[in-house]
Design a protein around this ligand. Structure first.
Ligand code: CA
Length: 219
């Protein structure tokens, strides 16, 4: 999953960046509204964590122009504890949820998981398909009731496909979930992880769609 973190405070930004990356979210960090606008228009994200008080364009402006472009990416707005007006304005401008600063990190991660789940059209916290079950909160997997060991990167490649069986993901789309801008992407990384997943899940669990990408078939 790929997240854009918009935060102008260097200390908070660094801490949240480290937190999200430690949970294997490919996270990009920008520090002002203009940079957020630019990133949102050039990259695809699964979620935006948006501070409202920002230099250049403020968070509400970023959010309004995002929704004016009909971009439906989930947005979690960060506000100060006493700023009820900000929370209302954020939600009314198209935010999906808010979190109060200073963050409780467990709450932040739980809200991130909830939004990612909802945006994938699921209400239930477990992702399951054909005997395979992923628990994004505990990062535990099982296959036909038996615990299954997945590497962090295998998980990152598998989770989006498992959330949307029948949807073809291009190699680029899966690469984007693995890495932020600053990281090296080795050209065959996705193939390597898919290969590893097939060994664990069975050769047909993930199908290659020639020229298009990969899919977890619906049936
Ligand atoms: Ca701020």
């Amino acid at each position: 999953m790929r997240i854009l973190l918009v935060e102008d405070d260097a200390m908070i930004g660094r801490a949240v960046l480290d937190l999200l990356r430690s949970e294997n979210y490919a996270t990009d960090w920008v520090r002002d509204g203009d940079a957020a606008d630019a990133a949102l228009q050039s990259e695809r994200y699964d979620l935006v964590l948006l501070d409202l008080g920002l230099p250049r364009a403020d968070g509400l402006q970023v959010l309004r122009s995002l929704r004016a472009r009909r971009d439906s990416v989930p947005v979690l707005v960060a506000t100060a504890r006493d700023a009820v007006g900000d929370r209302v304005a954020g939600l009314d401008a198209g935010a999906d949820d808010y979190i109060v600063k200073p963050y409780d990190t467990d709450e932040l991660l739980a809200r991130v998981r909830a939004l990612l789940r909802r945006s994938a059209g699921r209400a239930e916290p477990l992702i399951s398909h054909k005997g395979l079950e992923l628990n994004p909160a505990t990062k535990q997997a099982s296959l036909n009731g038996q615990p299954l060991a997945l590497s962090a990167r295998e998980w990152v490649v598998l989770e989006p496909m498992l959330q949307r069986p029948g949807v073809v993901f291009s190699r680029t789309q899966l690469e984007e979930k693995l890495y932020g801008w600053k990281d090296e992407v080795s050209s065959n990384a996705v193939e390597v992880y898919v290969h590893g997943l097939r060994k664990k899940l069975g050769a047909d669990f993930i199908k290659t769609v020639r020229g298009l990408g990969y899919v977890v078939p619906r049936e």
